[in-house]
Design a protein around this ligand. Structure first.
Ligand SMILES: [Zn+2]
Length: 67
């Protein structure tokens, strides 16, 4: 009996400098991680969402973190 595992090849590392840094869709400013509220924590329990804020335009956004 043989078990076969298919492993998806990892996407090639992006050569651009935006690794790990997210930018605001509104003003292209840098987004900063903030803690989720307990309510959001409850809603998004188990989901890899992270909350970010842009201090330039005070917009808050959730981003899906898939790793
Ligand atoms: Zn912004």
């Amino acid at each position: 009996m043989t078990a076969e595992f298919k492993i998806k090849p990892q996407e090639p590392a992006n050569t651009s400098t935006n690794s790990g840094e997210l930018t605001c869709r509104n003003c292209k400013g840098r987004l900063s991680r903030i803690k989720r509220s307990s309510f959001a924590k409850f809603l998004l329990f188990g989901l890899p969402f992270k909350k970010y804020i842009c201090y330039k335009c005070s917009r808050k956004t959730y981003r899906w973190v898939s790793n």
